[in-house]
Design a binder for this molecule. Structure first.
Ligand SMILES: [Zn+2]
Length: 394
């Protein structure tokens, strides 16, 4: 597949774009505040729908053709189509996909104790970094291009997913379909603290292992029982040997449950395991090993389910885009670095298709999923300008 070709669009004045974005920091911040103040936990469809409607309005104000994609149980997603061309030869240009998500990990009511607030050059609030700031940067990138009369050579499609924080089940097909059509995918997840872009992400998986044993009275008839907890404990020690931390393949047995009373030999125990894989080939290998587990106690039974649900985003898919972003960043006075992360995003799906994908283009700050979640305000116009320059030159 064709890689994005680095280069500058004729007449692109990145300083002018930056000046435009900087001149409207108040506008950026106000739009961010309004988004943060619409709480949007993945689990609450009415809340996500409200935020979807808010962004649909923002897209329309930018002249986008907007589709709100409904779902019977999950919140709605939003697709904005911008810079589409009239029929003609250039219509064939593959679009650029801006990818964001509406949902946050914060329950309704969080705002009451963690309100949007600005202090010391930082803006705080639930979901502000992950990723409402990224969406705002995307909006202002388009605004700046429009205001300065730049027309990107490619159409831009801006997709806001509603359930990224729970592995993107509801609209995964649509995300994949959008990515397949795209020349490149720019993911608006936050930067690594410090500002680095994300060129690699590990794949993420979850396995669940249940043990069926046999209950018995622990005092009267212990030999009749098959202790499911003891079996599971032994299996966990085996599972831990599957990790290859030096290569970045890690496992965490994060949840375990089983048993009823101390005087009952437990017939059931289960564990959930988080798995992170750096390369696509690790994905099949770890699955084979977990599903290959055999009972140690001859009368115990194992039930295994799960697997890797987000494939790794390998650096090869991002490196050309990163170099391009780095060059544009230099024109904007930014010294952009690249980094990899163990966390997954929707970029994992798009990169796994072989589509060039660069992630971490959203806000810069710290505390994603934590009570001190915040963004650095002066970085917002710079990130918006960088996105605008990317859209104009890819
Ligand atoms: Zn996110």
């Amino acid at each position: 597949m064709s890689q994005p070709r680095p280069g500058s669009a004729p007449g692109l004045n990145s300083r002018a774009i930056l000046d435009y974005c900087r001149s409207d920091v108040d506008g950026i911040l106000d739009s961010l505040r309004r988004a943060v103040e619409i709480e949007s936990p993945t689990s609450s469809k009415p809340h996500i729908d409200r935020l979807a409607a808010f962004y649909a309005g923002e897209f329309r104000r930018l002249g986008a053709k907007v589709r709100v994609l409904g779902h019977p149980t999950a919140g709605s997603s939003v697709l904005g189509e911008l810079f589409s061309r009239p029929p003609g030869p250039r219509q064939q240009a593959k679009p650029l996909l801006l990818l964001g998500h509406l949902d946050t990990v914060w329950d309704v009511g969080t705002l009451a104790r963690m309100p949007f607030r600005v202090r010391g050059g930082l803006a705080y609030g639930p979901g502000i970094l992950d990723m409402k700031s990224g969406i705002v940067c995307g909006l202002w990138a388009i605004r700046a291009l429009r205001a300065l009369g730049h027309r990107p050579a490619r159409p831009v499609r801006f997709f806001l997913n509603s359930d990224e924080e729970v592995s993107s089940v509801a609209f995964r097909k649509q995300i994949i379909a959008e990515a397949r059509k795209a020349h490149a995918v720019l993911v608006l997840e936050p930067a690594v603290p410090g500002g680095a872009l994300k060129t690699a992400r590990k794949g993420v998986g979850e396995f669940r292992i249940a043990v069926r044993g046999r209950s018995a009275h622990a005092g009267v008839n212990p030999a009749a029982g098959v202790n499911a907890i003891a079996e599971l404990a032994r299996q966990i020690l085996r599972i831990e040997t599957f990790a290859r931390p030096r290569q970045g393949l890690t496992l965490n047995v994060g949840v375990i449950r089983g048993g009823t009373r101390t005087n009952v030999i437990p017939e059931y125990a289960a564990a959930s395991i988080d798995v992170r894989v750096p390369r696509q080939r690790d994905q099949a290998a770890i699955k084979r090993r977990v599903y290959g587990l055999k009972p140690i106690h001859p009368e115990a039974r194992l039930e295994i389910e799960g697997g890797v649900n987000r494939p790794p985003m390998e650096r090869a898919r991002a490196v050309d885009l990163f170099r391009h972003a780095r060059r544009l960043g230099e024109q904007l006075g930014m010294d952009l670095k690249e980094a990899s992360t163990g966390g997954g995003s929707d970029g994992n799906f798009t990169a796994a298709l072989g589509v060039p994908t660069l992630d971490g283009l959203g806000g810069v700050g710290d505390g994603a999923h934590a009570v001190d979640e915040h963004v650095i305000i002066r970085e917002l116009p710079r990130r918006a300008a960088l996105l605008a320059a990317m859209l104009a030159t890819l």
